[in-house]
Design a protein around this ligand. Structure first.
Ligand SMILES: Cc1cc2nc3c(=O)[nH]c(=O)nc-3n(C[C@H](O)[C@H](O)[C@H](O)COP(=O)(O)O)c2cc1C
Length: 194
């Protein structure tokens, strides 16, 4: 059976247009990353759930597995917040917590789970993990929302709006960092079938 990968990319691309900043804390160390995998995961309005998919290559993945908590932040697209939104995106998505503290560079307060809340984000939900699906190279986490807040009301930032505004050097570095991440994902996926 052959798959039309171009068609698959067209069907699956852009389904989740909002980049989210995910933070967590484990053993006293706070960390986080950017993700395009965020979604809602409950039909019960008074019992909301959030879902994220993180690759095992990323430190935040292991930290969420251990701590069982995460905060999912939306970023703001409003003019007065845009600079901070791009700063959050570049800080959390541009390097690993393995290479140094990222959260300390951002304005935060402590959430009810102990995880950091990014004060310059648009809004957030804070969640305790209720279920995890292990899919070789990544895990899909579903969490019960235990807190939520709109910090900076207005439009939420979409990735197509953010990407052209990012400095070329940052995009180059991000693309270089993506190469080992992809290799790691392939080796985890195909090792299971070898
Ligand atoms: C726009 C954008 C979307 C991303 N989406 C994801 C994602 O859905 N899942 C994931 O695990 N990493 C995603 N990443 C990559 C991580 O944010 C990046 O590898 C980060 O440096 C990992 O940091 P950590 O090792 O401290 O966890 C994305 C990065 C960007 C910039």
């Amino acid at each position: 059976m052959t798959v039309d990968f171009d068609a698959a990319a067209k069907v699956l691309g852009g389904l989740r247009p909002y980049p989210v900043a995910v933070t967590t804390i484990d053993g006293g160390f706070a960390n986080g990353l950017m993700s395009l995998s965020a979604g809602a995961a409950s039909i019960i309005p008074e019992a909301p759930r959030a879902t994220i998919s993180l690759t095992k290559y990323n430190l935040t993945h292991d930290m969420v597995v251990r701590s069982g908590v995460f905060v999912m932040h939306m970023l703001s697209a409003e003019d007065e917040q845009l600079e901070q939104s791009l700063e959050i995106l570049m800080t959390l998505g541009g390097s690993s917590g393995r290479d140094g503290d990222k959260i300390g560079k951002l304005r935060t307060k402590t959430g009810v789970t102990g995880a950091p809340i990014l004060l310059d984000a648009h809004s957030y939900v804070e969640a305790r993990v209720t279920g995890t699906l292990d899919v070789q190279e990544s895990s899909i986490f579903v969490g019960d929302v235990v807190a939520a807040e709109i910090l900076n009301p207005g439009r939420r930032l979409q990735i197509n709006e953010a990407w052209p505004k990012l400095p070329a050097e940052w995009v180059e570095r991000y693309e270089a960092n993506h190469v080992p991440q992809l290799e790691n994902a392939r080796s985890r996926r195909f090792a299971e079938h070898a």
